[in-house]
Each structure stands twice: as C-alpha cells, then as structure tokens.
Design a protein. Structure first.
Length: 318
C-alpha cells in the first residue's frame, strides 16, 4: 500500500505560508489549481456540507515575447491569477492553492543514522535536493515529514520566489492564502483513501506497487516496496502513453534491480482520459480532480478497475 506517512499530510499538510491572520467564519472558500497551461478555480460555501458555487477553467495561451518578458515559467500563471482575483465572483474568499507537479519538485530522502535533530534533517534534505537538481534547489522552500526509524521519506520543494509571488498576489487581492499544497502530496492521500474503499482490495495486500501519476503532460513513476518509497522519477508524457509506460516500467524495474512484473499499477490521472491498459498488468485507474479531495464511491473490482472522481461531491475538502 502507499506509504502511511502521507496520512499526516491530510488534513495537516504543513502549510507553506504559516502565521496568517484570522479569517471570519462563513466566508466562501476558493480552491485554485495552478498549472502552466491552465488555471482552475472552484468556489464553494463551507458548512456542515460543502456546497460548490462556481467552477471555471482559464486556458493560459502563450503570447509572443512572453518567454522574454518573464524570467520564470511559472510567472505567466501567477500574473493571470492576479488578474482573475480582481473579478468580483472570486473576491472575499478564503483561498487554498494546489501547485502543479510542473512547479513542484520531489525527492526520496534515505534514512540517515547520524541525524539527531530536525535542523540536521533539514540540512540533509537540502543536500539531497541539491544532489538531484543542482544549485537551483538552493532557492527552494522544502517540506518533509519526520522519517520513521530506518525508513526513507518523501520530501517536496517549491521555488521560494513562486511562494513569495503567490503571497503578494493574494495580499494585493485582500485574500490571505491559507495553504499551498504540492499536487503529488494530495494525490497520494487521495489514492490511499480511494484504494481502501474498493471491496475486496484488502485481500490483495498491495504492499508493493507502482504508482503512476499523469498531470498536464508530465508523468511521475514511483516504485513502492513493502509500503516504503523505493524510487521516484519524472518524465514528459508522450502521445501513446500506454506503450511509453510499458517501456518506462521495464526501465524502472531494471534500475531498481527488481522484478516488478507482478506488481499492480495504480494510475492517477488529473484529467479525463481513457483507462490505462497494459498487457499483463493489474491496473487500478483513478481519475480525480485535485480541487475536490473527496473520495468517490468505490466500484467493484474488475480486470482494470476504474475509480472516477471528476464529479463535484459535496463533502469537505481537506
């Protein structure tokens, strides 16, 4: 099964922007999914039951000379968000943001016996990101969970300049942002809950599996062995994802030195697409809108069971 450490991220995912002022109870809430090519906004009224009020998507079309005008590729999305927040239908809400995997970075942090404090762990996490991504990682804000003894953990990072830009954008709109969540973290929590709801799944004892996540043309593939993170890699998605994944899964298996041919594949898609079909593989297809963190009704097991959560369920989003 997916590593349990992520249960501590939901609903208590460490906020990227702590210390925000108190907000009055009863204000409408606004969830924003920030991607390179699209902004998605969901406005809803929080109560005993969540009541969605408005959802809109805004394509982000590249403009001539835009690459030269912006120093970072996330800046056009933030600039467009700043303009949208001036529209009356979004004003006065309590915002939360989901950051696309294109704007976030992840690394598996191995257990280090010599670490005795959280500050030392932070320095070690920074070292791991610098080793993986180079000097760019020195300007990233890192988030990591306290590892269990002898076990690896998964850490996430977002460019500090992106966080500062989002903070300023929401302050200018008089809407202090509550939390900013990396997409992968929410996806893992969602997958854990959804898999638990499939009848008969416990008998399968999914201790070792392959997690595949597709979002806006980016694939993330993670090997999870006996409930622990083993490897995690990112790739650009090709037009024929099914055949691409057959090759990539074989590659990841070779790199890990394991035979993963019998491991089930959990395929998470943040957009509507046909169910993944891989010959000889047991596939669990999950389609989920990251603005809606409510698990769907479980469907009976099938050769390639599909869980679809694109509809707006009226329940509190964590």
């Amino acid at each position: 099964m997916l590593p349990r450490l992520f249960e501590r991220f939901s609903p208590g995912l460490p906020p990227w922007l702590p210390g925000l002022p108190w907000l009055p109870v009863g204000r409408d809430e606004l969830r924003i999914f920030l991607q390179p090519h699209k902004l998605s906004l969901l406005k809803f009224k929080r109560g005993i039951r969540t009541n969605p009020l408005l959802m809109e998507e805004y394509p982000l079309l590249p403009q001539p000379g835009q690459a030269a005008a912006y120093g970072e590729f996330w800046q056009p999305a933030v600039a467009s968000l700043s303009q949208l927040l001036q529209q009356p239908q979004w004003q006065g809400c309590r915002p939360e943001v989901v950051i696309s995997n294109h704007f976030a970075h992840y690394a598996i942090i191995p257990w280090n016996e010599g670490i005795s404090s959280r500050d030392e762990q932070g320095g070690f996490v920074r070292h791991c990101f610098t080793q993986a991504y180079g000097d760019f990682a020195r300007h990233w804000d890192l988030r990591f969970d306290t590892p269990r003894h002898g076990k690896p953990t998964l850490a996430s990072a977002i460019d500090e300049r992106l966080l500062q830009s989002l903070r300023l954008t929401f302050e200018q709109a008089n809407m202090p942002v509550r939390h900013i969540h990396p997409h992968l973290m929410l996806a893992v929590n969602s997958m854990r809950r959804q898999l638990k709801r499939i009848p008969g799944l416990k008998a399968l004892a999914l201790e070792s599996l392959i997690m595949v996540m597709l979002e806006d043309g980016k694939l993330i593939i993670a090997l999870i062995e006996q409930g622990e993170w083993l490897s995690l890699q990112s790739y650009a998605a090709e037009a024929d994802i099914d055949n691409q994944l057959l090759a990539l899964l074989e590659r990841e298996s070779v790199l890990a030195g394991l035979d993963t041919s019998a491991w089930p594949v959990v395929f998470y898609a943040a957009e509507t697409r046909p169910a993944l079909q891989l010959a000889g593989r047991e596939i669990y297809n999950i389609q989920h809108n990251p603005l809606n963190n409510t698990p769907p009704q479980a469907e009976p097991l099938a050769p390639t069971p599909t869980i679809n959560n694109l509809a707006m369920h009226k329940k509190e989003w964590h």
